[in-house]
Design a protein around this ligand. Structure first.
Ligand SMILES: Cc1cc2nc3c(=O)[nH]c(=O)nc-3n(C[C@H](O)[C@H](O)[C@H](O)COP(=O)(O)OP(=O)(O)OC[C@H]3O[C@@H](n4cnc5c(N)ncnc54)[C@H](O)[C@@H]3O)c2cc1C
Length: 391
């Protein structure tokens, strides 16, 4: 079988779906999304916590979030599905002067980038906001009320359903195993379902992005890093508008249970500094104790949490050396577009990414943002960014 498409997108997670949506909305629907899973969402998208925030430390990440959060707030109008956006805020807690100074400094960067609503809050403000927290060791924090939560799978489906209704094709259970490049230009892809001739290929393959780029002879520094979430039920409920709470002491953070749970609960997360890179997908039982100790310290009520093993989960972050995405044309291969390396922020940055890649394919440029800082050539030229606000 041989097909022809204007654009082939490799990967049907939230990023590939957003790109397909934005292309179709702009009138380009001869697009094939190739996904090797038997269903969408079996990669990182289906494991994500669902947090969205603009409280970053670099202008480019803040601007990616500002566009995306506004998009989530009108997602149903745009796609017909709910994004589940709950503007409950993100609350960062500082337990030492260094972290508090950092929050004050990043607030200036955030304001300069157009995020006006971040406030530095005192220990007393925090106690009033969430009386259940242990606050003796907290010096202060920062809070942004437009940060919050969304439902990643609903967003992914909303994007793809709307794209499909405009003619985009989704090939499930199909793997791309070669990208044809002739004279420095993309000519097509080979898949387990046949050949597709195309002049534009998008790498939207999440944690597998380095392998997929290599099919076209392109090297990108994206490596997988395991992240685990502990799900637990609670005997009493937490406030409905509980923010995402981040303890800067060690990165422990938690959110209230997703909307589809019928009983009170929490999702608990901690970026284990001993974790090593690799395609590790097993859930490490020893992780539970480490997280629960931190949880009980920050909110004594969480000592009563009853772990729900069926809902505990493991997924992969797609890390780059400077913790920023790689977005734009691949160096040296015309027609290959990269939407990779989100370093754990791909769900929240999916709307902006879809718009940018669609603009680049259809118009050769984007006016949404200056995306030069995210180009893959930064690793060759030594122009690395540094995002220090990683969870
Ligand atoms: C535990 C955890 C919590 C997270 N929490 C958040 C959060 O709160 N907020 C946030 O913004 N982000 C979060 N993330 C990160 C987020 O999940 C990812 O950045 C995002 O899902 C990336 O989307 P994607 O579409 O690029 O990748 P994926 O969803 O992984 O999709 C890539 C797809 O490509 C397919 N594929 C790969 N190779 C091929 C091939 N050769 N042929 C065909 N198909 C292929 C895969 O099957 C996969 O479905 C979290 C991640 C984890 C693991």
């Amino acid at each position: 079988m041989s097909e022809t498409a204007d654009v082939v997108i490799i990967g049907g997670g939230i990023i590939g779906s957003s790109i397909a949506y934005h292309l179709a909305e702009a009138g380009c629907s001869n697009v094939i999304v190739v996904e090797r899973g038997a269903a969408q969402g079996l990669g990182s998208t289906g494991q994500a916590t669902g947090g969205v925030r603009a409280q970053f430390s670099t202008s480019i990440n803040i601007q990616m979030s500002l566009y995306s959060i506004e998009f989530f707030s009108r997602f149903e109008e745009a796609t017909g599905r709910k994004s589940g956006y709950q503007p409950n805020g993100y609350l960062f807690l500082a337990t030492n002067e260094g972290h508090l100074d950092y929050l004050k400094r990043t607030r200036e960067t955030q304001r300069a980038a157009g995020l006006e609503t971040v406030e530095i809050v005192s220990r007393e403000d925090i106690a009033a906001m969430i009386p259940q927290l242990h606050i003796d060791d907290i010096l202060g924090g920062s809070y942004c009320p437009t940060d919050g939560l969304i439902e990643p799978l609903s967003v992914m489906r909303g994007f793809m359903e709307r794209a499909s209704s405009r003619g985009v094709r989704l090939w499930l259970s199909t793997e791309v195993n070669a990208i044809e490049v002739e004279g420095g230009e993309v000519k097509g892809v080979s898949t387990t379902r046949g050949h597709i001739s195309t002049r534009a290929v998008v790498n939207a393959s999440g944690a597998w992005a380095a392998e997929v780029a290599r099919l076209a002879g392109v090297e990108i520094p994206v490596v997988p890093l395991r992240r685990q979430l502990v799900a637990a039920r609670l005997p009493i409920d937490l406030p409905a508008r509980l923010p995402m709470v981040i303890d800067m002491t060690d990165g422990f953070h938690f959110r209230r249970a997703p909307l589809d749970w019928t009983e009170p609960g929490v999702l608990l997360a901690w970026p284990d500094p001993m974790e090593t890179f690799g395609f590790k997908m097993d859930f490490d039982e020893a992780f539970i104790g480490k997280v629960l100790t931190r949880a009980a310290h920050r909110m004594p009520l969480l000592a009563q949490a009853i772990v729900d093993p069926k809902r505990c989960r493991t997924g992969l972050y797609e890390m780059t050396p400077d913790h920023h995405a790689i977005i734009g044309l691949a160096p040296n291969v015309r027609g290959l577009y990269l939407a990779n390396g989100f370093s754990g922020h791909g769900v929240m940055h999916s709307p902006a990414t879809g718009r940018i890649i669609s603009d680049l394919i259809l118009h050769g440029e984007t006016r949404l943002l200056d995306i030069k800082p995210l180009g893959a050539d930064r690793f060759i030229e030594g122009r690395l960014l540094e995002e220090t606000s990683i969870l």
